[in-house]
Design a protein around this ligand. Sequence first.
Ligand SMILES: *Cc1c(COP(=O)(O)O)cnc(C)c1O
Length: 458
Amino acid sequence: MDLPFTEPFKIKMVENIYRSTKEQRVRWIKDAYFNLFNLRSEQVFIDLLTDSGTGAMSDKQWSEIMLGDESYAGASSYYKLKDAIKDITGFDFFLPTHQGRAAENVLFSVLVKEGDVVPGNSHFDTTKGHIEFRKATAVDCTIDAASDTTIWHPFKGNVDIEKLENVLKITSPGKISFIIVTVTNNTAGGQPVSMSNLREVRKLSTKYGVKLIIDSARFAENAYFIKMREEGYADKDIRDIAREMFSYADCMTMSSKKDAIVNMGGFIGFREEELFRKASTYNIIYEGFITYGGMSGRDMNALAQGLYEGTEFLYLESRIKQVSGLGTTMKKYGIPVLEPFGGHAVFIDAKKFLPQIPKEEFPAQTLALEIYTEGGVRGVEIGALMSDRDPITRQNRYPEIETVRLAIPRRVYTDNHMNYVAATVGSVLENRDRIKRGVKIGWEAPIMRHFTVRLERF
Ligand SMILES: *Cc1c(COP(=O)(O)O)cnc(C)c1O
């Protein structure tokens, strides 16, 4: 008999969570203006809002916290992190930053100029924000299969090489800041990018003389998918795969709050010293001196350790199978979920789940609210609220796919919790005919409205 996979860790410390009643939640969500971001965490039983910075550190990471060197310059913690980054990614130069978007801010301050074009696979919100803030344009060159929820594709996060080459051909030289590839492709649902795709992108970047940057938040999950799905990688170690991925890039930006399993932190990796030097100036202005840049010594220590733990095969297997296990259980209940399941989250198709709710009444937000009141499970709307209004016409943008994302924190919840989540959503599905109306906007901020929006129920 094949023995089942299990978590390669046991639990040494627990944090109690409060299981509220439905009556309490009905009151709380009303007081929160039907915005899940307004809830206090104690009002949530199982929190699947994000997998960012919500992971559980190990005993070794906590031990590293005690060993942190808080010297302003040249701390041993800086060198420990430098060695770990060199070992895992191959990059010789790096700058610590307080989180991923800070890495983008520092690097893009050097590389992105007004009027530039930045092609890539679906750019993450903050990446796009930092590009557009500099009056440059992000061009999405993701393969078409990514927007078809019914197609099974092993690497749905891939860059469409033809689309990319077209952008490179029609844009005058010097107007491309760089090509950016996000692994895994978060915006497309945590979908991986294949090694052969990275290789093809590298060929184009060399041919057209532009830099290639990897937005690396979930690089280890991406390496796991390459090992499991791409020919020639089954016997390779996750870290060898990661190093090969990075070997095609000139730079990397990292949100360590994801695959490095720390609660805060980020960095930039560089191959060339000259670019590192230029970026150092911005790091000093925005983040801190180059040997701590926004991080405490103790946090750099925990991050160095986290980079190793996050690239262990058995850990990655248990994590990614926990996510797909949740998706599979939900599917058995008849819940419409997007497939293939991503590395960090399960996405529910809200339009299929609540066909009676018109898009103007925000079906994905309505579903997220119902899931919360039913079982105290917090997910997030990825739909029209988050898409916001067109910057010119100020009309609502209605994306083709409306989803509720259930993102799974790393090493935090057990499979029992996952079963509870699936049953909660299943129970909403059973009674979905009762849901007659959605929500309308009471107040909204000029941009990034979903964080603070106040909603009313019909
Ligand atoms: C989270 C994330 C970022 C931004 O990182 P923060 O640490 O949240 O600032 C950038 N890119 C991707 C792909 C991410 O998932």
